[in-house]
Design a protein around this ligand. Structure first.
Ligand code: NAD
Length: 445
């Protein structure tokens, strides 16, 4: 099938590569000329396991093309994906300017019947706005071309995006047109072989499904962080509580890890956007507001532990902190809304210095923070420890899980570790003479 994809970010590029991998003819469009020029030369702008070889192989095979020329992309596409960003507006609602800009572009260039598929995460009712926008552009140039707008929210996880795309849990298709559903069923058939993953529903339900999924996951995290904060005060260990509740299949093991708060490009903005949608429709989203408030407080928690250890924020002035992990989660270089950004800012505001290491997010950190005297971006976890007073762990990369505690104690002047992801056993690390502060582990407090 001939497929055009607008937006070559995490969603667009991964979807494009996976669709090309199973034999479709894919053309990816972006307004970012540097990104497209890089992709043409085989430079993949994001880190995602397995993505680079897949992009290169399919580009070389001629099944995956890149362009900034929207007219060329739309010319013979049967299916046109919208996979551009939907960042938060000033009031937290989703900013639809990029989605609607693509709708205008499609309307201006459509030459033959096509299905427009909205993969971006968009508020309920957006498919109608996309449809109206395209129809208006067609009418303006007197063109009468059949098209449909379908919602097909994306559920891939950064860090496992290729795997999720090749083996999705479910493929939600929001449409009431049997022909559109059938066309997408054929498009996705290679990913849908051993069982039927397609969940067809009306457009509005599909749009809401994506927000419901992310809000549910964010709720689990904030809930667990609430329990962790209670555990700290009552002298309980949230890790034991986690094991105690996860064994109940109604609760399950996933997404019940306490930590330094959730970040990334999706949970924060999607919880906010859903809350704004609720408010706009006269419903007070009490739970969603609380999920967001708990997370916002939790992002400051690691710094609170530092202050508790040193007695006062003023005591941090002139100290140097090693920080392990900058990305918002492991296996990605994405630092959007990452908890590390809050911690670094708080450390700098307190007059402390940072020696940070992240296996993938170093370039991103350099882009975000630029050159500054109070930040050294290190090449390794070991190097970050050199000359540091203490260590803060912010992202649970696998390579941080089993450090040599004796070497840690020797390297850190104050022999203290602040663990924002509960990676270590308190007894084990404390036995090495290291003071250990973690999230919700009453015994270390
Ligand atoms: P991104 O910011 O990584 O990429 C968006 C791309 O769209 C950029 O390359 C940008 O240059 C391009 N773009 C903007 N306007 C354009 C236009 N008019 N024409 C062509 N390209 C244009 O975004 P992302 O993380 O891939 O997310 C895209 C959407 O998918 C968002 O709505 C997001 O909420 C949703 N989503 C993201 C994830 C994720 O893990 N990142 C998962 C599921 C859903």
């Amino acid at each position: 099938m001939h497929v055009a994809i607008f937006g070559t970010g995490y969603v667009g590029l991964v979807s494009g590569a996976c669709l090309a991998e199973v034999g479709h003819d894919v053309i990816c469009v972006d307004v970012d000329q540097a990104k497209i020029a890089g992709l043409e030369r085989g430079v993949v702008p994001i880190y995602e396991p397995g993505l680079e070889p897949m992009v290169k192989a399919n580009h070389a095979a001629g099944r995956l093309k890149f362009t900034t020329d929207a007219a060329r992309a739309v010319a013979d596409a049967e299916v046109i994906f919208i996979a551009v960003g939907t960042p938060p507006d000033e009031d937290g609602s989703a900013d639809l300017q990029y989605v609607l800009a693509v709708a205008h572009t499609i309307g201006r260039h459509l030459r033959a019947p096509a299905i427009v598929v909205d993969k971006s995460t968009v508020p309920v009712g957006t498919a109608d706005r996309v449809r109206e926008t395209i129809a208006a552009e067609l009418a303006a140039r007197g063109a009468d071309i059949a098209f449909d707008v379908v919602s097909n929210p994306e559920f891939l996880k950064e860090g496992a995006a290729v795997e999720d795309c090749m083996r999705p849990d479910r493929i939600v298709i929001g449409s009431t047109d049997p022909a559109s559903i059938e066309k997408l069923r054929r498009l996705y058939a290679p990913f849908n072989r051993n069982r039927d993953r397609i969940v067809a529903m009306d457009v509005r339900s599909a749009e809401l499904t994506k927000y419901a999924a992310n809000a549910m996951l964010a709720t689990k995290i904030s809930f667990m962080n609430e329990i962790a904060n209670i555990a700290e005060r009552v002298g309980a260990d949230v890790e034991q509580v986690r094991r105690g509740i996860g064994s109940d299949p109604r609760i399950g093991w996933h997404f019940i890890y306490p930590g330094a708060g959730y970040g990334g490009s999706c949970f924060p903005k999607d919880v906010q956007a859903l809350a704004r949608t609720a408010g706009q429709h006269g419903h007070e989203p009490i739970l969603l507001n609380a999920v967001e408030a708990v997370n916002d407080r939790q992002k400051a928690h690691l710094f609170d532990l530092l202050v508790r250890h040193y007695g006062a924020a003023e005591a941090l002035r002139g100290k140097t902190f090693a920080v392990w992990g900058l990305a918002f989660k492991p296996d990605t270089d994405d630092m959007r809304e990452a908890s590390s950004r809050r911690l670094l800012q708080q450390l700098w505001d307190a007059g402390a210095h940072v020696r940070a290491f992240d296996p993938e997010a170093r370039d991103e950190a350099r882009r975000i923070f630029g050159q500054r005297d109070d930040l050294v971006l290190c090449e390794s976890a070991e190097e970050a420890l050199q000359g540091a007073d203490a260590l803060a762990v912010v992202t649970e990369w696998k390579q941080f899980r089993s450090p040599d505690f004796a070497r840690l104690r020797e390297a850190l002047r104050d022999a203290v570790v602040f663990d924002g992801r509960n990676l270590y056993e308190p007894g084990e690390i404390e036995a090495e003479g290291i003071a250990y502060w973690a999230i919700g582990r009453g015994r270390s407090i």
